[in-house]
Unconditional design. Structure first.
Length: 217
């Protein structure tokens, strides 16, 4: 009969709005703290894992080039590492500790303590970046520039690439701290966890690079 199809379609729509069908875009997964249209935690973890894999491949390619170039030619002259790099390493390690303490406070609902520790982590990250700039300034004062020799070129390249990625981590820390999470498609705890994975990765990466500079000269 005419109009039957339209009537059936209207009935299906009513069922959809009344709970017969899940709303479009509702991924569920139990990771969104019961909020509508929540994106599962595993989606974020998959994304950060893929991003870190790409970063790892980039730095491993640079490391391979570093090792090969160091073993060829006679123009490789190891540079004296600025002493501030030791302090920088301790600062970055401390930032990982404060970040985990902040996440623990967030899990316990102690928001004031969380914000204080999270802000301290951000400040330590900025202090690390400032320390790297001081290291560059000390090298320039000693007459060591990007084009001085292959060793100095790799040092500047490695530290610049790591510093840029760390600045991305600082942006993520600020995002977690100051975003409004009431209507977000995930929770602040999930965002903090993803940021922590990225931050700890950069921390470990810097320790690797520092050992490479110190022992592989």
């Amino acid at each position: 009969m005419p109009g039957t199809v339209a009537e059936d379609f209207e009935i299906q729509l009513e069922r959809g709005h009344s709970g017969g069908f899940p709303p479009a875009g509702d991924f569920g997964g139990g990771d969104g703290d019961g909020r509508p249209n929540a994106i599962p935690r595993r989606a974020y973890m998959t994304g950060i894992t893929m991003a870190l894999a790409a970063i790892m491949m980039f730095f491993m390619a640079l490391t391979s080039s570093y090792i090969v170039r160091r073993g060829t030619g006679t123009d490789w002259h190891a540079i004296a590492l600025p002493r501030v790099l030791w302090a920088n390493t301790l600062v970055l390690l401390a930032s990982s500790v404060t970040l985990e303490l902040a996440r623990r406070q967030l899990a316990n609902g102690a928001m004031a303590a969380f914000r204080n520790l999270w802000s301290l982590t951000t400040a330590l990250g900025l202090l690390f970046v400032g320390g790297q700039l001081i290291a560059w300034k000390q090298l320039r004062a000693a007459g060591v520039f990007l084009s001085s020799n292959p060793s100095s070129s790799f040092f500047y390249l490695f530290t610049a690439a790591h510093g840029l990625h760390l600045l991305g981590g600082i942006v993520a820390l600020l995002y977690v701290a100051y975003r409004s999470w009431q209507r977000a498609r995930t929770t602040q705890a999930v965002a903090a966890e993803v940021t922590a994975v990225y931050w700890h990765f950069l921390d470990g990466l810097w320790v690797f690079l520092f050992l490479l500079f110190s022992l592989g000269r």
